[in-house]
Structure formats: C-alpha cells, structure tokens
Design a protein around this ligand. Structure first.
Ligand code: NAD
Ligand code: UDP
Ligand code: UDP
Length: 329
C-alpha cells in the first residue's frame, strides 16, 4: 500500500531516484514547493549534496544514500526514476555500472511500484533514437542505435529500461509514465561533466579554448531545466493509461557551432574556438517532435535559449567566483 498521509490530504510522498543530480535537484525543489514530501535517493555517483543542501532544512525533505541496483523498500505515493549518469564522459567511465543502473534500477523501481500500486515515471532519453535517420524524431520512430559502441551502455540500457516499463505495464498493470528527455541544461549542471553547454560556458568564463568536437555542424535542441521539470510533473499527473513514451525537449535546433558563438557573445570572452575529434557514434542531428507532448500534456517549453543560457551563465559565474569546483564524487 502507498504511504499513509499524516495530515494534509493533498500531500503526496514522492520518491525521486537520482534526486541529488542536476535534473533531480530541480524536481525535488518543485515538488516541495507544491507541498509534497520528497524522499531523495542517490548514491552520489554524479550527484552532489550541494545540489540539495538548500532543501535540507525542510522537514518534508529526506535524503537517503542508496544504489538503485539494489532493492529498495520504502512507502511512497509516486516514483520518479532519474538515477543514471547522463553525460557521455560519466556514463562511459564505468559502462558496466551504467547498464546496471539503468536496467536493475528500472527493475527495482518497477518492483516497488508494483508492490505499492503507485505510478512510476522513467527518465528515458532521446538517445533511444541513436543517430536518427528520421528528423525531427517522433515517438513512433524506433531509432538507429549501435548496440556495441561506446555509447551503447547508456542508449541500450535506457532502451532496455523502457522495455521493462512496458512489460511491467502489460504483464502486471503497473501505472507507467515514460519521458524521452532531449538535451537539458541549466543551473547545477556539474562544471566538469563534459556536456556541451557546461563545457562551453565554463571554458568561456575561464578564458580557455572552446572545444568544438568535429566541425561543429552537428545539431542539438536545448531545453531549459525548469521547462523539463514542468513537463515531467505534467506527465506524472496524467491519468492511468497515459504511458508515453513522450518526448520532452525544446524544438529550437542549433548547430554546436552556433551554440559556441552564442556563448562567446553572451559572456564577452576572448576564448578561441578550437576543434577536437568527433567522438564515435556522435549523433548528427536531434530535434524532438512535440505533437504528443502538446496533445497529451498540454505542454511546450517556454524558455528561449538565450534566456536559459543567461541564467546558466550567471550560475557558473557565481560558482567559479566562489571556488574551484571540487572533484567529482
Ligand atoms: P546527473 O548525472 O546530474 O544526475 C543523475 C543522478 O543519478 C546523480 O545524482 C547520480 O549520483 C545518481 N545516480 C547515478 N547512478 C545511481 C545509482 N546506481 N543509484 C542511485 N543514484 C544514482 O544527470 P541529469 O542530467 O540530472 O539526468 C537525470 C536523468 O535524466 C538521468 O536518468 C538521465 O539519463 C536523464 N536524461 C537527462 C538528460 C539531460 O540532458 N540532462 C537528457 C536525457 C535524459
Ligand atoms: N523490489 C524492490 N522493492 C519492493 C519490491 C520489489 O526493490 O518494494 C525489487 C525486487 O527485489 C526485485 C524487483 O524489484 O529485484 C522486481 O520485483 P518483482 O516483485 O517484480 O519481481 P521478483 O521479486 O518476483 O523477481
Ligand atoms: N560537444 C562539443 N564540445 C564539447 C562537448 C560536446 O562539441 O566540449 C558536442 C558533442 O560532440 C555533441 C554535442 O556537443 O555533438 C552535445 O554533446 P553532449 O555531451 O552535451 O550531449 P549528447 O552528445 O549526449 O547529446
């Protein structure tokens, strides 16, 4: 059974795995602001206590150190499963652990949701589409994924997690919600995590070379984290039977070169643009088809790239002013 509620009938007890990470910490904040109780479960592989330090004084917030590869027995009303390193540098540094986190983490959260009879949301990814041959990508596209390359631990791990979600739904009637998240950025990205937005901003603010992989003509669509969190909460609030998968992202598509120029212009840096080899299997293009998100969630992102970048630059500026970021873990 779901957790008994102590006094407020509208209050929910919500589990967020990966809650100390970039996206998870914003979700913790938004749910607490709405009045929910939040249980943040994280093994701090890429997440950090400082991401949720400002929430620690709230009696409705609790942090538990736990690896989702192992069973978890708690009592909650809703589960958001976000635990998984998301940046290529991190998910490739221990690829076996990445697959285990995606697959065993999904299995354990589905087992928990089945026992409690509560909805469970999976943070899936646009990486399920691989290097797409259909553009923009609708949810009906099955993808173009290399199963044996350096990105496969993440892509195939997330695809297998989706399989488990839909099998638990069909076989055990679990109320599932699957979000395919496209590149998301914002405050609390880790300065060393290697993703393009954080790399470019940190390089620009430090006056270091800005590293374009390949010729920079590959494209991505960048979603500001507040918009994503709104989409995730709307998906969780849908009636039983709305399962997704549903794309969540921003339809504005930019080349990596355009992003670099925008960051240079907005920071006023003297950094030079330099080219580095393109990583293997790096997708050429990516943009979400948002028709389903609009129809089923009445959702679309509202933050323009420049507005989101301004807030992210301000975050990194104050972070770098305060200290040299501590090493990961
Ligand atoms: P992140 O690395 O900042 O956060 C992931 C969190 O999961 C971290 O706090 C980490 O410590 C935790 N974690 C990792 N392995 C764990 C384990 N075995 N047990 C418990 N906790 C574990 O990444 P993020 O950007 O916040 O991504 C959150 C989720 O959203 C991930 O599942 C990711 O795959 C998905 N996603 C993110 C993006 C994006 O652009 N940020 C895009 C697509 C999908
Ligand atoms: N599980 C969990 N918490 C629970 C219930 C289950 O972590 O409250 C785990 C369980 O240990 C198992 C997985 O979820 O590894 C799948 O559980 P399920 O009951 O579906 O399968 P079974 O335990 O029969 O293999
Ligand atoms: N990229 C880049 N320079 C960097 C980091 C990334 O040119 O310093 C490129 C990368 O090759 C990819 C794009 O930016 O084409 C987005 O990379 P990221 O790791 O942020 O996300 P993903 O590849 O998972 O979409």
């Amino acid at each position: 059974m779901a957790a008994p509620r102590e006094n407020d009938l509208t209050e929910k007890r919500v589990l967020i795995t990966g809650g100390a990470g970039f996206v998870g910490s914003h979700l913790c904040e938004a749910l607490l602001a709405r009045g929910d109780e939040v249980l943040c479960v994280d093994n701090f592989y890429t997440g950090q206590r400082r991401n949720v330090a400002h929430l620690m004084g709230d009696p409705r917030f609790e942090v538990m150190r736990h690896d989702v590869c192992f069973p978890l027995h708690v009592e909650v009303d809703e589960i958001y499963n976000l635990a998984c390193p998301a940046s290529p540098v991190h998910y490739q540094s221990d690829p076996v652990q990445t697959t285990k986190t995606s697959v065993l983490g999904a299995l354990n959260m589905l087992g928990l949701a089945k026992r409690l009879k509560v909805p469970v949301l999976q943070a899936s990814t646009s990486e399920c589409y691989g290097d797409p041959s259909v553009h923009p990508q609708p949810e009906t596209y099955w993808g173009h994924v290399n199963p044996i390359g350096p990105r496969s631990c993440y892509d195939e791990g997330k695809r297998c997690a989706e399989t488990l979600f839909f099998d638990y739904h069909r076989q055990h009637g679990v109320d599932i919600k699957v979000a395919r998240i496209f590149n998301t950025y914002g405050p609390r990205m880790h300065p060393d995590d290697g993703r393009v937005v954080s790399n470019f901003i940190v390089q620009a603010l430090k006056g270091e070379d800005i590293t374009l992989y390949g010729d920079g003509s590959q494209t991505r669509s960048f979603c500001f984290v507040d918009d994503l969190v709104d989409g995730l909460m709307r998906l969780m609030a849908t009636p039983r039977g709305v399962t997704g998968p549903v794309n969540l992202g921003n339809p504005g598509e930019f080349t990596i070169q355009q992003l670099a120029h925008t960051v240079v212009e907005m920071t006023g840096t003297r950094s030079r643009l330099v080219h580095r080899p393109l990583p293997q299997d790096d997708p050429r293009q990516r943009r979400p088809d948002l028709a389903r998100a609009k129809a089923e969630l009445d959702w679309q992102p509202t933050t323009a790239l420049k507005d989101g970048l301004a807030r992210t630059i301000a975050y990194f500026r104050s972070l770098l002013d305060l200290q040299d970021a501590p090493p990961m873990r």
